[in-house]
Design a protein. Structure first.
Length: 112
């Protein structure tokens, strides 16, 4: 989903949750370096990918805008701005899904 879609619909202060966390901490080499600096000696990081089922774009966008900490940042704006941001997020997600199945991935991190 395009972060730019809903960000463009929101005036300052721009929500930063998506860029900050959890999606802002995604570099395996950086994560491993941080863990080792913290004293972990065994670090394993694996990227796991999944394809979302067809029709999942709108619920995904709705969940990010209304059911994640992003909602707290959007709440600083009037309802009309929040509605515009949600509509932009849904439109961008549906457009992305129309071109190809939505793929997502996550890092599985194990350290000791």
């Amino acid at each position: 989903m395009s972060i730019g879609a809903w960000r463009a619909a929101v005036p300052e202060p721009k929500p930063e949750f998506v860029a900050r966390t959890p999606f802002g901490y995604h570099d395996p080499a950086g994560i491993e370096a941080d863990l080792r600096a913290g004293g972990f000696t065994e670090v394993a990081i694996e990227r796991v990918g999944r394809t979302n089922p067809s029709g999942s774009a709108a619920p995904l966008a709705r969940g990010m805008c209304l059911g994640s900490p992003l909602a707290n940042e959007l709440a600083a704006h009037p309802a009309a701005v929040r509605d515009r941001a949600l509509a932009a997020a849904i439109a961008a997600a549906e457009q992305a899904e129309a071109g190809a199945p939505l793929r997502m991935s996550a890092l599985v991190v194990a350290a000791r």
